[in-house]
Design a protein around this ligand. Structure first.
Ligand code: EPZ
Length: 429
């Protein structure tokens, strides 16, 4: 298995292009199942999760193609993919595929809406928590679906099609909002989703669905109204820039010092995280190119954070922020409110010399003068990248194993960082 080797201590200086958002691209790709015409997505990142989802959607009968390189395009530009699900041949999403990626469970919404039935494997637990699917089931039932659980599969049926309904989520869920919103676009009559997720990826999906002909109002607020239509049609849509990749590199610069422009980044997608970074002593400026991140000289101020649904501080940046706080000039507290088991990076950061104590969902981090390179590994994507950030600021050599986690969500990580002066390379096993 590949490893990443880092020799820490260099500041980062230069330009890092920000890729299309993984967590926007995945539901956008799934939405292609709603229509019998071609959905073209631009700025799709080259990631393992994207490749895996293409494979999963192909199993339902989706045809896809990827545009080749165009004149003047460099290898850092996202890809354009064409997805056509005119011929859905299978409404079952099997365990072997769904268990590899939780988001593939979301196909249940479009399949049910368009084909009036779906049989989708339960995704099971994962490294960051139990992650049940009760909100999806209750939401689809509110749209008239009959749902049975059968040997690890959710069997959903809507004879004669889904009907508009009122869905009130007990807690904010990104995936359940995506799924019910997609399903409601083809239901008869009006649906309302209350306590909807307000994440930019939900708004991006809604904008794409509107381009395909859906009638949706209120995406980006906690109440979404959807008026069902008979069919959706062809559309071309660019994926929004990745706010988690943006925040990750901003934290890397805050940690190592230096000055980096995050090309194509949009500050409005992560204001709460940028506010917190400013409080740590990092300068952030919006420019025509994106966001300029700079920290020179002074130490890192400790800042307390709590993860919250958007527009709060994202759970997907919690591990990276913890890495930054390990070098702060005092004590900071991090409270994880979204997932119950998202602290696997704590013991690995400790291997680098971090001082962290846990009390339930709250981590207290006492900043240290120096981190020292070590061998580390992590069991999820964001935890893995937090170790890379810490390694960039640590003295000596760090190796991060289980790199396949990073490949799920960070496009050309080592390339982007080494162009800014980091000593980082992939060691192929
Ligand atoms: C999405 O996951 C993201 N994944 C996650 O990013 C992100 O951490 C998460 O939203 C929160 O922002 C994608 O977009 C592909 P949720 P999702 O449903 O939709 C509970 C990454 O690293 N819940 O918003 O699966 C759930 O257990 C990933 O890129 C129920 O109880 O998350 C959690 O506590 C990891 N019942 C909370 O809601 C349900 O039926 C929020 O989860 C559904 C969710």
């Amino acid at each position: 298995m590949d490893k990443i080797r880092i020799v820490g201590g260099n500041p980062l200086n230069g330009v890092i292009p920000i890729s299309g958002a993984k967590n926007a691209a995945l539901p956008l790709m799934i939405s292609s199942l709603l229509c019998d015409d071609t959905l073209t997505l631009e700025n799709v990142p080259r990631l393992r999760d994207v490749a895996l989802l293409t494979q999963i959607l192909s199993n339902h009968g989706l045809d896809y193609s990827v545009d080749g390189k165009r004149a003047g395009q460099d290898t850092m530009t996202g890809q354009t993919i064409h997805l056509n699900a005119s011929n859905i041949v299978d409404t079952t999403a099997p365990y072997e595929l769904v268990s590899k990626m939780r988001a593939s469970f979301w196909v249940i919404g479009p399949l049910l809406a368009r084909m009036h039935n779906a049989r989708v494997s339960l995704p099971g637990g994962c490294a960051i928590g139990t992650r049940p699917v009760d909100f999806f089931i209750d939401g689809l039932k509110a749209l008239g679906a009959e749902i049975d659980m059968d040997r690890g599969y959710v069997k959903a049926e809507a004879k004669g099609g889904l009907k508009g309904g009122r869905v009130v989520f007990p807690k904010v869920s990104v995936g359940a909002t995506h799924t019910v919103m997609m399903a409601a676009t083809l239901a008869k009559g009006e649906s309302v989703i209350e306590n909807a997720a307000r994440e930019p990826e939900v708004t991006d999906l809604a904008n794409c669905l509107i381009g395909m002909g859906a009638k949706i109002e209120g995406a980006g607020t906690d109440t979404i109204h959807i008026q069902g239509v008979d069919r959706l049609g062809a559309h071309r849509h660019p994926v929004i820039p990745d706010r988690i990749e943006t925040g990750t590199y901003a934290m890397a610069v805050a940690m190592t010092g230096g000055e980096v422009t995050l090309e194509g980044a949009r500050g409005d997608l992560l204001e709460s995280a940028l506010d917190i970074l400013r409080q740590t002593g990092t300068e952030i400026t919006e420019t025509n190119m994106g966001l300029k991140i700079r920290r020179n000289g002074a130490g890192i101020n400790p800042v307390d954070i709590s993860t919250e649904p958007f527009p709060g501080f994202p759970t997907d940046l919690q591990a990276q922020f913890m890495a930054l706080m390990t070098r702060s000039k005092g004590v900071s507290k991090i409270t994880e409110n979204i997932f119950e088991n998202r602290f696997m990076h704590v013991q690995e950061l400790a291997r680098l010399g971090a001082k962290i104590t846990m009390d339930g969902q709250v981590a207290s981090i006492e900043g240290v003068e120096t981190l020292r390179g070590a061998q580390v590994m992590a069991t999820d994507l964001r935890a893995s990248v937090s170790l890379v950030i810490a390694g960039l600021a640590a003295e000596g050599e760090t190796t991060v194993s289980r790199v396949y986690h990073l490949d799920r969500g960070f496009e050309r990580l080592e390339d982007k960082l080494s162009r800014c002066g980091a000593v980082i390379e992939r060691i192929s096993a």
